[in-house]
Design a protein around this ligand. Structure first.
Ligand SMILES: Nc1ncnc2c1ncn2[C@@H]1O[C@H](COP(=O)(O)OP(=O)(O)OP(=O)(O)O)[C@@H](O)[C@H]1O
Length: 355
């Protein structure tokens, strides 16, 4: 099943025009610069843009087409805004149950209990919003959106209004939600670290149009997209924890590119992980270096190269089946004689574990 969203919104100085076919599972990030239409797309999906034209199917539920326009309260969705937007005079428990009242006898109490458990807010139920931290408020807002057992969860930059520490507090709950619920999530963000960490799929929006859609990891490494050309350009790679080296405090991570070594992570063997390799941490050698301090060393093939101004080059490598970006000086690229098809070694200075 899929989400089919053919939506157009016309404003005097902006238009949204997308034709998307998204998987009805996992987290789909809607990513793009400020003003590109991310919130407008989410609002159109929620039925909050009355002038939106087109059609929207969530699996086999039609929410909108040429003849129908289901109002927001009839769309089975959970919506979370940047600001938590809880009722200040109600306790957390009553904030959570408020949304269920409209469901009457159909209210799914199991979903409410599960939402409380998933977001870890059981101990906060009798408090009022002003007695919660910003991160806790946002967790309650997400639990409230989940409690009505929606067909889809729409999150509009849920971490934008919280500081870095709160963000680190909420992210594990979002990952848990991702692991334990099969509900599709559309996640609007302009923070690439959140997208790298959470997203399975991605819609890259530019000026109201979908510049690219697809597997999030694949989009990060495409040289024809802007993602590959920023200072923080990275490759995201799925991994499995293969074990630990107790003597040196390291963790082995198996990927389709081979085995990576990272600073010891407190993760059980066999658990899934996601690696982030910054392009600027990848260097290239022609022969296999023997006396290097770098532990992550892989044979690779140069795929494509793009100059970044006069001083730098982004090189797209293939390590096994995995694409990997390296940012090196243009001088090095010339001196090494790199070209498409060159056989090289990729040395990776450090690997961050995203999850
Ligand atoms: N109610 C409105 N009336 C008129 N124009 C609007 C309205 N809301 C948004 N816009 C305009 O529509 C465009 C898209 O806005 P939107 O909020 O969807 O962008 P966004 O990608 O979510 O941005 P941000 O990342 O800054 O939240 C912008 O040019 C914005 O100025």
């Amino acid at each position: 099943m899929s989400i089919e969203a053919r939506l157009r919104v016309e404003r005097s100085d902006f238009s949204l025009d997308v034709d998307l076919s998204l998987p009805e599972e996992g987290i789909t990030a809607v990513f793009g610069p400020s003003g590109c239409g991310k919130t407008t797309l989410l609002r159109a999906m929620a039925g909050l843009e009355r002038d939106a034209r087109g059609h929207l199917w969530i699996g086999n539920e039609c929410w909108q087409d040429e003849r129908r326009f289901l109002p927001t309260h009839k769309r089975r969705l959970g919506y979370v805004f940047q600001e938590p937007s809880l009722f200040p005079h109600l306790t957390v428990a009553r904030n959570l149950s408020y949304g269920l009242r409209r469901l009457g006898d159909d209210a799914p109490p199991v979903a409410l209990d599960q939402a409380v458990e998933l977001l870890g807010i059981g101990h906060l139920l009798e408090r009022r919003p002003h007695q919660l931290s910003g991160g806790e408020q946002q967790r309650v807002a997400i639990a409230r959106a989940l409690a009505s057992d929606p067909a889809i969860l729409l999150l509009d930059e849920p971490l934008a209004a919280v500081d870095q520490d709160r963000k680190q507090e909420i992210l594990p709950y979002l990952e848990r939600l991702h692991r334990e619920l099969s509900m599709p999530v559309i996640y609007v963000s302009h923070a690439r670290d959140e997208v790298a960490r959470l997203a399975d799929h991605m819609v890259l929006l530019e000026e109201g149009r979908a510049r690219a859609t697809g597997d999030a990891k694949a989009l990060f490494s495409r040289l024809d997209l802007p993602l590959a050309h920023g200072p923080d350009t990275e490759t995201v790679i799925d991994a499995t924890v293969a074990g630990h080296d107790a003597e040196f405090g390291l963790t082995w991570l198996d990927t389709a590119a081979g085995r990576f070594v990272a600073v010891r992570q407190d993760l059980p063997k066999g658990s899934p992980a996601r690696l982030q390799v910054l392009a600027r941490d990848v260097s290239i050698t022609l022969g296999r270096p023997t006396d290097t301090s770098i532990l992550n060393l892989f044979p690779a093939t140069v795929d494509t190269m793009v100059d970044e101004g006069s001083a730098q080059t982004t090189v797209r490598l293939r390590v096994g089946t995995v694409p990997m970006l390296a940012r090196i000086t243009r001088k090095s690229a010339v001196e090494l004689g790199l070209e498409s098809g060159s056989n090289v070694y990729a040395q990776i200075k450090s690997v961050a574990l995203l999850r």
